[in-house]
Design a protein around this ligand. Structure first.
Ligand code: PLP
Length: 449
């Protein structure tokens, strides 16, 4: 109708004139005006509805407009909309307790932030204070956020323009069997060699200079790289040997994405600090934080922590966090994610890998999977070059256009699409969306050799 067309035009006009967007050349983008969302879908002003296979930025774990989360925000707004962090607050304390209850034994304290980058900033600051050392090791093929320290930890091209060279960060290669940096042919070999490489890196950097190693428990945006057996345990061993703090970045994979409260539970990993954000309250109000092991928390019993935020533990953000725990438990979200992942997603993706020459590898767990697209299965040449943009990225653009045409909003990064729908997606929608991805892969097949 004219009414919706005008609304669409107005939203576009205000956006283009006044909103400065993340990660973009401002004149070269055309953001989709979104009129609304419900559950696993959202829609524009022109009558197009998309099934969100990306959960926005892999944060919308309980979907749009979840009634319990909306009610929690509304009720909290009616009770006490804000309170500063140095006072005690009921929902803040309740959420911290709920998080500590699902964290491993020996983690009792939570420092709240406004998002994931800040969570990593503060985890690093705690590690530096605790050890009296400065350097932090992180992986190539990682994302840890966009603030100064977090972007410097990041091991993908988003760091390049932000590198100032003296943030005390050093990158190493993590395990990635499909594109092994170590010429491994088995998963055991990859795990072992990646650990040897990390050990060498530590020795050559100077163990006594390293405050922390930060690792995404399952590497998210850079590939849904599931750690091989023994790897994270080996990292723990190296950290113990050299007095290094192990930080698990669970910003993307915590709170149910792979069917666990924290992904470390699936791999028996034992970090010293755990960072979270996104799924803790599905992003209804910005929230992140650091879960702190007793050993590190104890250090700050007497030494004052030199850091803080006006909005640390904001009650409007904590209230939907508390509601998230209620919904997860009442609706069996973790069980459902494991079930849908292994019974529906995995077999569907394995079948796509059989059928489509453009699929090099599928991998993942729970409702978190990657389809890695290649031009040539033999050589594993990626469908588009690393960090491709513009015309170079055309094959991925064509794949994405086909998915959108079919009503699915895909997650794209370089030569991969990820399957990361809201954890509340109905089985019917999940199957339908996977069917759309399957058809869109025909388009990708057209670019293979
Ligand atoms: N860490 C990981 C693993 C992430 O995936 C992200 C965001 O995508 C971040 C940190 C940064 O979180 P935020 O964008 O909330 O600062």
């Amino acid at each position: 109708t004219t009414q919706t067309a005008q609304t669409d035009a107005q939203v576009r006009a205000d956006d283009r004139a006044h909103v400065f967007h993340s990660w973009s050349a401002q004149a070269k983008i055309d953001p989709l005006p979104v009129a609304g969302g419900e559950g696993s879908s959202f829609w524009d002003y022109e009558g197009n509805t998309y099934l969100d296979f990306s959960s926005q930025l892999v944060n919308l774990n309980l979907g749009h407009q979840h009634p319990d989360l909306v009610a929690a925000v509304q009720q909290q707004a009616g009770r006490l909309a804000t309170i500063q962090p140095s006072m005690a607050n009921d929902v803040r304390g309740e959420l911290a307790r709920l998080i500590a209850e699902v964290a491993p034994d020996g983690f009792e304290k939570v420092f709240f932030t406004n998002g994931g980058a800040e969570a990593n900033e503060y985890a690093v600051r705690m590690a530096r204070q605790f050890t009296g050392r400065r350097k932090v090791l992180s992986m190539y093929r990682s994302y840890h956020g966009s603030t100064a320290t977090a972007i410097s930890l990041t091991g993908d091209p988003r760091r390049w323009a932000n590198d100032i060279g003296d943030n005390g960060t050093v990158r190493f290669f993590g395990p990635y069997l499909y594109r092994s940096a170590f010429h491994s042919t088995t998963i055991e070999e990859e795990s072992q060699r990646a650990l040897e490489h990390l050990e060498q890196t530590i020795l050559l950097e100077g163990p006594g200079t390293i405050a922390a190693i930060i690792i995404e428990t399952v590497v998210g945006t850079n590939g849904v790289l599931v750690p091989p057996p023994g790897y994270l345990d080996g990292v723990r061993g190296l950290c113990d040997r050299h007095g290094i703090v192990y930080i698990a970045d669970e910003v993307m994979v915590g709170f149910g994405r792979i069917g666990e409260w924290f992904a470390i539970d699936a791999f028996d990993a034992k970090p010293d600090l755990i960072t979270f954000a996104k799924g803790v309250n599905s992003g209804y109000v910005p929230l992140g934080g650091v879960v702190i092991s007793d050993r590190i928390a104890k250090h700050f019993d007497d030494a004052p922590f030199p850091g803080g935020l006006t909005y640390s533990g904001h009650p409007l953000a904590c209230a939907p966090g508390v509601a998230t725990f209620e919904v997860f438990r009442r609706d069996g979200i973790l069980e459902r994610v494991r079930d849908l992942g292994s019974r529906v997603v995995e077999p569907a993706l394995r079948a796509m890998a059989e059928k489509h020459p453009s699929v090099g590898e599928v991998r993942g767990r729970g409702l978190f999977w990657a389809i890695e697209l290649v031009r040539d299965r033999e050589t594993r040449e990626p469908l588009v070059p690393f960090n491709a943009a513009g015309a170079d990225a055309a094959p991925m653009g064509a794949f994405a256009a086909a998915a959108k045409e079919g009503g699915v909003w895909p997650f794209l990064h370089f030569n991969r699409t990820h399957i990361a729908p809201p954890l509340v997606i109905s089985e019917e929608d999940l199957v339908r969306g996977l069917g759309v991805i399957d058809e869109a892969l025909d388009v990708a097949d057209g670019y293979t050799v």
